[in-house]
Design a protein around this ligand. Sequence first.
Ligand SMILES: [Zn+2]
Length: 99
Amino acid sequence: MLDILGVSDRISVGIGRLFKGAMKEKSFKKAQKIWMALSTDVKRKILSNVWCGQCTTSVTICDYSMTMDSGVLVLRGFCSTCGHKVARVMECCGEEDKA
Ligand SMILES: [Zn+2]
């Protein structure tokens, strides 16, 4: 009986983890799709124009990952100059090009 309880406990934890993982994966895929649709030039501009609170200037983001946050593409990574955590929120994908 104890064994059965132990197993079912482990299964429910496993399902919870799986569900969270799927949500994260979906969010990443969507973010990646938007990101891939941008031109190399735009991407380069974005990656090299991230505000670092530590350097108090625009820096290049490195080791970044992307995700969707409230329907907005967010890049999270590190400052290439000082290694401080930086993030770039892209509220209007491609809108910058309209001007
Ligand atoms: Zn920095």
